[in-house]
Design a protein around this ligand. Structure first.
Ligand code: IMP
Length: 205
């Protein structure tokens, strides 16, 4: 079975993705391939960060790998916090700090439209070469997932993580934090991006 390194040690993400890929790919996380340390994430776009993280792994292992990056993009904030979603309220802030800052910035704002966007970057060694990438010996592919919704005016629900208590996806009357995990995974940004990766791996391998 094909092996892929997932550039993360986040157990929740590994479980989610391994489950979806279980019949065609074996997923290894960073610690399983002996990699440790902070992976740099200094790009200004989700695509850039996903590529940077996947390249970090590829350069150290020479093996097929992928990385993901997610951002919450709020229309009234000009797309912020976007690529800075994890550090929105400052370096080393908590999920709670970020939610508090978002509620404060959005106080009294009527346009509450927002979306979560996930970009996955997959790097694969090219065996016999694909014309465009033959010279560097590997190919790079991106898979994007997106879910639209609104920023609520207060927290609802106890589940999930991050901005889940204040994000309500379109066509639902509850926040992400109030949904069973299977439902959230089915419609979420990350779930949709992973589904595209799975479809590609199933057809290409
Ligand atoms: P990451 O790129 O997956 O680490 O996500 C960056 C940040 O976006 C996280 O630190 C969370 O604040 C937020 N985030 C990512 N995915 C979700 C989600 O499914 N629900 C709520 N917040 C999320």
């Amino acid at each position: 079975m094909k092996e892929l390194i997932f550039a993360t040690n986040n157990k929740h993400k590994i479980m989610e993705v391994s489950e979806m890929l279980k019949d065609c790919v074996t997923i290894k996380c960073l610690s399983e391939v002996g990699l440790s340390g902070e992976i740099p994430e200094t790009a200004e776009t989700l695509e850039g960060n996903a590529l940077q993280k996947a390249m970090w792994v590829y350069e150290r292992t020479g093996k097929d790998c992928f990385a993901d990056d997610t951002g919450l993009e709020v229309e009234a904030l000009g797309g912020r916090p976007g690529v800075y979603s994890a550090r929105y309220a400052g370096e080393h802030c908590t999920f709670d700090d970020n939610v508090n800052k978002m509620l404060a910035e959005m106080e009294g704002v009527t346009n509450r439209k927002a979306c979560f966007r996930t970009v996955i970057c997959l790097i694969e060694k090219t065996a016999n070469g694909e014309p465009a990438t033959q010279d560097r010996g590997f190919s790079v592919r991106y898979f994007e997932g997106r879910v639209d919704g609104v920023i609520l005016t207060e927290r609802y629900g106890e589940g999930g993580f991050g901005y889940d208590p204040i994000f309500m996806p379109d066509r639902f009357a509850v926040s992400f934090a109030e949904m069973p995990l299977e439902v959230k995974n089915h419609i979420s940004h990350r779930g949709r991006a992973v589904a595209k990766l799975v479809e590609y791996l199933r057809t290409e391998n």
